[in-house]
Design a protein around this ligand. Sequence first.
Ligand code: SF4
Length: 379
Amino acid sequence: MIYLHVPFCRSFCTYCDFYSERCARDDGRFDTFVDAIAAEIRSRREEIAACLAAPDNVDTWYIGGGTPSVLPLSVFRRLCGLLGEAAPRGTGEFTVEVNPEDIVEKGPAYVQGLVEAGVNRISMGVQSLDDGILRWMNRRHDAARAAAAFRLLRSFPVDISVDLIFGLPQCSDDLWKETLDRVLNPSGGLRPPEHISAYQLTLEAGSALGVRAAKGQWQEATEEQCRRQYDLLCDALGRAGYRHYEVSNFALPGHEAVHNSAYWRRVPYIGLGPGAHSLLASPDGIPRRRCWNSCQVTDYAREGEILSEEDVRTERIMLGLRTDTGLPEASLRALTAPGAVDRLLASGALAYAGTAPDRRIRIPESHFFTSDAILLELV
Ligand code: SF4
């Protein structure tokens, strides 16, 4: 299970504080970035092999960012060649994050190149289908380009995941409903995306929006508005046949993200590239070594820590209960204080899933919106 971080974006979105560097269309740093990845892979070859040999490893590659689709095809192929040597992949999931404007500008030959490199899942940052909101977000595409990119991707044998953002004060409930309707019913009778990730807008201190908010120039949407829009989302996607399998993620049956689902189970993974994190097993087999690369395009350094028992316990609860399968009842009870689980079961904030002896406990969909508060009571 390999993650690779591409630290380049053509422009910065208002709300984002991910590590990324502004880049030109054909930036000279792309090649030095790949050189740095090659050096990192060389220095971590044994660690990568050990991670891939673990019994619970999943056969996935995920290239995220930043904006991986800014990379020219030749650079992308070089990256895949490096990954293929160090971390051979079978027929498992290979996801690449893209932005609509790159897909439209680069056209079918580019998508064909991604598919030939083995990509079988594309995650596209659409975020909104309202041009005013997209401009406010400082996105480079408009709604027409998002639709054109979707149309183009649909002519290739790839799963499509679409990212959306809700909870903007300037996005009315009607506009949000219309957005969902357009995503679920693409023009031209195309099949809707296999997967949808929908995130509530959050204020990140390091983002342009965070700075504006700190100066009193931005007011967040109310909790009630966010709640209403989350309910509209769950309702529309549920009716359209999507499984709400994680707080922010919905999939048509059989199209759940294999890579991200493994994160939620705390499967060890290797993160390559500037700013990327890894989770590695300790000699006792428990994933408790967390390491991360510093945020420079080249010459990035690796740091790390050993997670304490308490850190591991907290992560298992926080990640496991974000999913619709939750955690095995016995595990959750062992991880939490006596009485805590029963109190939340009695209030409906937790519910049983499955039957004994494999009974599990989850946060029901009706309480996903308040999952942070529920988790806080358990950790
Ligand atoms: S949201 Fe994506 S495209 Fe926008 S700045 Fe962040 S990483 Fe770049």
